[in-house]
Design a protein around this ligand. Structure first.
Ligand code: XIL
Length: 354
């Protein structure tokens, strides 16, 4: 009995080892196949914007997020009205949950955003404050928000969308009207004081390729650099339209001139929207844009991160803001990877990066 027991348990033990070994191999194979692990090899950041509601309530969302990406940003939770709902009170409940998820999963965090004309609380815009008061409020806001996440947020979109649509100059916003045209320099300095090590970004849309707007962004960043102000990089939002993507050779030319200023380039809000309904052809065309755009970024050494604005069509700002448009992201509504996802994997696989 003892003999057969020993034999039997040895067999079980061996089986266990084999199962564990098999499992380990399977797990490793799975880990190697993610966007995250491919990016890690290249010391590159691949990521997405995150919404709190599905992060808390949709297990598949959280599982894919932690598995596929090594950087995240808060889609809304770090905007002014979210973190600073009344004049005397900050609220970091939502932002903390997102940052804590990143910490637990070994992901970097991009902070979005400190100075933007949207998502401002009514107490601020309707408060009839003087210039001196608004300046003090914004300084305090930046010190508090950046200070709280010092060492945890590696890059901040300090200023978002400050150039006007035609690219002829600074956009007229609450901030520019209240503080005057030099508010950008001022806010960069406050952010630098609040975190000496965070990378400080100017973030905007429509300046990815060549044209009046990207020229205006370039001129602004060049002058900030020349004045010795703490600007580390440019965030290219990259909200693209399926039928009219930018010319990739122009994107590369633009990235090179920005890199020549000593700036990092990060793709911060990529998506490629299409007119609904989805067809196979549209998905293939979309995948081609994903492939070309990520490959272009990877071909420029200073392009260090690539984030899409969400990762599943189940949660995307596109259908809510652009009627009749959608399906802009790499996973579909049922979390199935789309051709766009495979295009990202292919770009990471084939990058010439050392
Ligand atoms: C959008 C979010 O996706 C929405 O959930 C929100 O209601 C409005 O803002 N450019 C930006 C982002 O910098 O902050 C915007 O995000 C999309 C356009």
């Amino acid at each position: 009995m003892t003999k057969s027991f020993i034999l039997g348990s040895t067999a079980l033990w061996l089986l266990g080892i084999m199962l564990i070994a098999g499992n380990t191999v399977a797990l490793e194979a799975k880990a190697i196949a993610t966007l995250r692990s491919k990016a890690q090899v290249l010391k590159f950041s691949v990521g997405t914007a995150v919404r709190l509601e599905p992060l808390m309530n949709d297990a598949t969302y959280a599982e894919i997020l932690g598995r596929e990406f090594n950087v995240l940003t808060a889609e809304d939770a770090m905007k002014f009205s979210a973190t600073h709902p009344t004049r005397d009170r900050f609220d970091f409940t939502d932002a903390d949950k997102i940052v804590n998820f990143a910490t637990t999963h070994g992901m970097k965090v991009r902070g979005h955003t400190l100075v933007w004309e949207r998502r401002l609380p009514r107490w601020l815009v309707e408060g009839s404050f003087s210039k001196i008061q608004v300046s003090a409020i914004l300084k305090h806001h930046i010190q508090t928000v950046v200070g709280r996440y010092r060492g945890r947020v590696f890059a901040w979109d300090v200023i978002n969308e400050a150039i006007d649509v035609e690219g002829v100059g600074l956009r007229q916003t609450f901030w520019s009207k209240m503080l005057g045209s030099d508010y950008i320099a001022q806010t960069l300095t406050w952010a630098r004081d609040a975190d000496p090590h965070a990378k400080l970004f100017y973030n905007d849309y429509g300046g990815e390729a060549l044209g009046a707007k990207s020229d205006a962004i370039y001129d602004l960043l060049k002058s900030l650099k020349e004045r010795g102000l703490p600007i580390s990089g440019i965030g290219l939002q990259s909200h693209f339209v399926l039928e009219t993507p930018p010319k990739m050779s122009d994107v590369a030319t633009n990235m090179k001139r920005l890199a020549a200023l000593g700036l990092e380039i990060q793709i911060t809000e990529f998506d490629v929207r299409m007119a609904m309904p989805v067809t196979d052809k549209k998905l293939r065309d979309q995948a081609q844009i994903y492939l070309d755009y990520l490959s272009t970024c990877l071909s420029i050494a200073n392009c260090t991160a690539f984030l899409s604005w969400g990762f599943t069509d189940k949660y995307s700002w596109v259908p809510d803001f652009l009627t009749g448009r959608g399906a802009a992201l790499p996973f579909d509504e049922g979390y199935r990877p789309k051709p766009a996802y495979r295009a990202m994997a292919q770009a990471l696989n084939n990058s010439g990066r050392p």
